[in-house]
Ligand binder design. Structure first.
Ligand SMILES: Cc1cc2nc3c(=O)[nH]c(=O)nc-3n(C[C@H](O)[C@H](O)[C@H](O)COP(=O)(O)OP(=O)(O)OC[C@H]3O[C@@H](n4cnc5c(N)ncnc54)[C@H](O)[C@@H]3O)c2cc1C
Length: 380
């Protein structure tokens, strides 16, 4: 238990840990192997109120702070990376956009369903030609009539895409206007002209669904627009800033899971008449892993705490995501090394975590984009 967590957060941590061990761990290998969305586990998270964590409690959300969410994500990721990706996308990207920026009617319609996990949210920003460069969106809206837009275009890599009931979609009404032309829409999956094409074959996080979403002359009511026309870019950046804290927490969790496995294995595996933990090269690896992991957790906690205290946190969130994802890479690599040949084979947890880690340096802004955010902040 971390001393910087409150008593309430320690209870939340214990609840999330018990659920993860009992409900997620037994399925983690299978959902990875077969690329299965863990719907029963998602419902289990909903029963604990975790699908509504940080969401506006006046509209059915569970409330709570980002440090609370960090605690939960860390526990889940330490056992099952895929489930943590699903929850982060549902809560911190899709639902949080509606919770933070939606109007009364939008929140009334969607938040009770999303918070209770009866509906699943996704966040569709990336396109085939634009990932890091979100300004270059090609998905287009034009006026259909006074009450609706026509939405055309396609999105790729949408997490939860196959199972989502609602998509927060970023699109442009005027490409020439740059960020001023970008808007955010709430799009129901049952919208005529919307189709979902699953994207299979991921290296890791294979239990999380990823899909291409096609919009072919979809008619979207104007009332589904979040805030004003032209506000979409700012909404996307703000949501990515805060959600990055959760990716950092995910990395801390993944690294902790790999570290736990390495600690256990190093004590039981014997070579040259002693446990490998008693070979200095192994114990020093463990020392480095523990040290870096501690630093990553502290940076993540600082970013979450700044968010919760209403302070600026964009730079700290980018630093936490950059550092934690790269630390996680080093930790899972060492954990696999400590497992020797066993770690290279399924169903070893470190084999899975080694693969799951890689995308944390890519999604919600690559490491290069985090460095861009940080360097801009310090060179101001
Ligand atoms: C499993 C998975 C799930 C995802 N889920 C979602 C989701 O739910 N919703 C969503 O909208 N997107 C999602 N994404 C997309 C993800 O956010 C993008 O892949 C990411 O932002 C990078 O964009 P890109 O793949 O187009 O790479 P590119 O932007 O083409 O970048 C390619 C390379 O160039 C580098 N680069 C680009 N621009 C610069 C620059 N200015 N300076 C230095 N280097 C640069 C990048 O860092 C990278 O190394 C997901 C991706 C994956 C793999």
């Amino acid at each position: 238990m971390q001393s910087f967590y409150s008593e309430q957060q320690k209870i939340l941590q214990q609840t999330a840990r018990e659920f993860s061990i009992a409900e997620l761990a037994p399925k983690a290998h299978e959902i990875d192997e077969k690329e299965l969305f863990p719907i029963d586990q998602f419902k289990g998270l909903a029963n604990l109120g975790l699908t509504g964590l940080t969401l506006d409690s006046e509209f059915g959300g569970s409330g709570g702070e980002y440090v609370d969410m960090m605690v939960v994500i860390e526990e889940i990721a330490s056992v099952c990376g895929s489930t943590s990706t699903i929850l982060i996308t549902h809560v911190s990207l899709g639902s949080q956009t509606i919770s933070r920026f939606g109007n009364f009617d939008q929140k009334t319609k969607w938040l009770p369903l999303l918070s209770t996990g009866k509906k699943i949210a996704a966040f569709s920003l990336s396109e085939p030609q634009n990932g890091s460069d979100a300004l270059g969106l090609n998905t287009k809206i034009s006026k259909h009539d006074t009450n609706s837009y026509l939405l055309n275009g396609s999105k790729i890599f949408t997490t939860n895409g196959e199972v989502a009931d609602v998509f927060v979609v970023f699109c442009t009404s005027d490409k020439e206007a740059g960020y001023k032309g970008i808007s955010a829409l709430i799009v129901d999956k049952n919208t005529k002209g919307l189709s979902v094409i699953p994207q299979h074959g991921k290296l890791g996080m294979r239990g999380s669904s990823t899909a291409e979403i096609i919009f072919d002359n979809c008619i979207i009511p104007v009332e589904n627009r979040i805030k004003d026309e032209g506000d979409g870019y700012s909404i996307a950046l703000q949501i990515l800033d805060s959600s990055r804290i959760m990716i950092a927490a995910q990395c801390v969790g993944l690294a902790q899971g790999a570290m736990n496995a390495a600690l256990d294995y190093s004590k039981q595996r014997r070579t040259f008449n002693k446990p490998i933990s008693q070979h200095q090269s192994i114990s020093f690896m463990l020392a480095d892993m523990a040290t870096e992991l501690d630093a990553a957790r502290l940076m993540t906690w600082r970013a979450a705490k700044r968010h919760d205290e209403g302070l600026t946190y964009s730079k700290e969130a980018a630093m936490a995501k950059l550092f934690s994802s790269e630390v996680c890479g080093r930790v899972v690599d060492k954990a696999l090394q400590i497992h020797g040949g066993t770690g290279y084979f399924k169903p070893s947890i470190v084999e899975r975590m080694y693969r799951d880690q890689r995308v944390t340096e890519i999604y919600e802004g690559t490491s290069e984009i985090q460095r861009l955010v940080i360097s801009r902040a310090i060179l101001k």
